[in-house]
Design a protein around this ligand. Structure first.
Ligand SMILES: Nc1nc2c(ncn2[C@@H]2O[C@H](COP(=O)(O)OP(=O)(O)O)[C@@H](O)[C@H]2O)c(=O)[nH]1
Ligand SMILES: [Mg+2]
Length: 463
């Protein structure tokens, strides 16, 4: 993406998803947005003045031959009170891809260029309406898999992260001002006098809040990306039954025939706001036909990539060597042991349970759906242990933010050590500036073009 803030091109795109829908929306942004609208839109009310933010009823008419392309509602929004801060026109037509395509082609033929993914939001950012954390929040809203994920993204869009960074930044600027006084008057003892005070201020108002944000990044990652949980076990222990029970739908085939599941099947569930990808696998056994063997191979790949394994055994069957071997082969992974079919008489001996002594054990009946609430609670606590202030905070930095926070903390530490060891004020100022630059990178002021492109390319076209 090479267009910059000063860009005066007019861009257009279909902003609603592909496929048929009740309404389809085309968005045009830039200096020609309104002239283009006036050229192709014929309002019913001929006194229409295209007043800003007013919806008008009428038709899209192709000027070349007077052909009516659709009956629509249209709105003109005058800069700067718009999504991009440029003039914007929106056409709400019937949600047919063919109709939308015809109108879009007409708009492009009048000089607009097709918007790239995320270009409307990128313009909002480049024109200074939103900072980068808010632009990223827009992507998060679009891609969130749980309501909790949406809520967190909405908070970030409202400035939850930006505001915190801004407070820290103001503190840093104050500290820098004090230190700069020492640069300007090197003969005085200014910096020595204030040293303790500066150290305290640095720790309280910069380092601690930065560390606090850094801690929350793990939580942010889990809510954004979720975790993957794979159900592993011999054929017929009830893995597919558990998947179906968790999803509350008959997603996977369940039969008494061992080897029914031949491929991996995955679906998301919402675990108190965390998107959890549950993966059902082919039961692992030695003697399998070609197709099943491929399924088993896939299961092995999933096991390697999983955040957590649910190792399932059938509580009504004695454990054999194959099952013990399977357990041994994956025992180094994070795991919960699921004893299924507790509705049947148990035959698993104490000796076998000894194998799992250092593991959390959950007893369920996938068929009767007993023990499922406990399983979910155990899953949740396993995923969230060690994460501070879990769920209590609205602020959840992403990986990019975390990386910059870590570097900012590094600079901060150098300032602190420099103060203690009596580093000269001008050298302290360099580290302070670096710390500031990392914060400016988070909000998008010093972010490279490359990173910006990478961020906005994650958007869909029309956003
Ligand atoms: N009694 C009992 N049978 C179960 C239970 N869970 C699964 N089954 C049965 O065990 C057989 C294999 O189940 P399935 O989910 O296909 O196992 P998978 O091969 O591990 O995916 C089916 O006949 C299920 O109805 C359970 O909790 N209790
Ligand atoms: Mg199965």
């Amino acid at each position: 993406m090479s267009r910059r803030a000063a860009d005066t091109t007019t861009i257009a795109a279909i902003s609603t998803p592909p496929g048929a829908g009740g309404i389809g929306i085309i968005r045009i942004s830039g200096p020609h947005a309104l002239p283009i609208l006036q050229t192709i839109f014929k309002p019913l009310n001929t006194a229409c003045t295209f007043a800003s933010h007013q919806l008008y009823y009428g038709w899209i008419v192709r000027p070349a031959d007077g052909k009516i392309l659709d009956e629509v509602l249209a709105v003109a929004m005058h800069a700067p009170r718009t999504y991009t801060r440029d003039d914007i026109a929106e056409i709400h037509c019937h949600g047919s891809f063919l109709v939308l395509q015809a109108i879009l082609e007409l708009i492009l033929s009048l000089g607009a260029s097709l918007a790239e993914p995320g270009e409307f939001t990128k313009r909002a950012f480049l024109n200074g309406r939103i900072d980068l954390t808010k632009a990223e929040a827009v992507i998060d809203i679009l891609s969130a898999r749980t309501r909790k994920g949406v809520d967190l993204a909405q908070e970030q869009l409202a400035g939850a992260l930006y505001d915190r960074i801004d407070v820290i930044r103001r503190e840093l600027i104050q500290i820098r001002a004090v230190i700069e006084v020492a640069i300007d008057f090197p003969d005085d003892d200014v910096e020595i006098v204030n040293k303790e005070k500066i150290l305290g201020q640095l720790q309280e108002t910069v380092e601690r809040p930065l560390q606090d944000l850094q801690l929350r990044a793990d939580q942010g990652r889990i809510f954004r990306e979720g975790i993957s949980v794979v159900i592993v076990g011999l054929p017929n222990v009830g893995k597919s039954s558990l998947l179906n029970t968790l999803l509350q739908e008959e997603r996977a085939l369940v039969t008494p025939i061992p080897g029914t599941t031949r491929d991996t099947i995955e679906e998301y569930i919402d675990l108190e706001g965390i998107p959890v990808r549950i993966i059902d696998t082919a039961g692992i056994r030695k003697y399998a036909d070609e197709v099943e063997a491929l399924g088993i191979e896939r299961a092995r790949v999933q096991i390697n990539q999983a955040d957590l394994i649910l190792f399932m055994i059938d509580g009504s069957q004695k454990m054999g060597d194959a099952e013990i071997d399977l357990f041994e082969s994956i025992r180094h992974k994070p795991m919960l042991v699921i004893v299924n079919k507790v509705d049947l008489p148990s035959t698993v001996s104490a000796k076998e349970y000894q194998l799992f002594q250092d593991r959390t054990l959950v007893r369920i009946s996938a068929r009767l759906q007993t023990g499922i609430a406990e399983l979910k609670a155990t899953l949740f606590s396993t995923v969230t242990t060690g994460k501070e202030q879990w769920q209590e905070d609205a602020c959840s930095p992403n990986i990019r933010h975390k990386d910059a926070l870590t570097r900012a903390l590094g600079s901060c530490k150098r300032v602190r050590e420099g103060l203690v060891s009596g580093l000269t004020a001008d050298l302290l100022a360099v580290d302070l500036q670096e710390c500031l630059d990392q914060l400016r990178e988070i909000v998008g002021e010093t972010t490279t073009e490359e990173i910006l492109d990478a961020i906005f390319q994650k958007f869909c076209i029309g956003k």
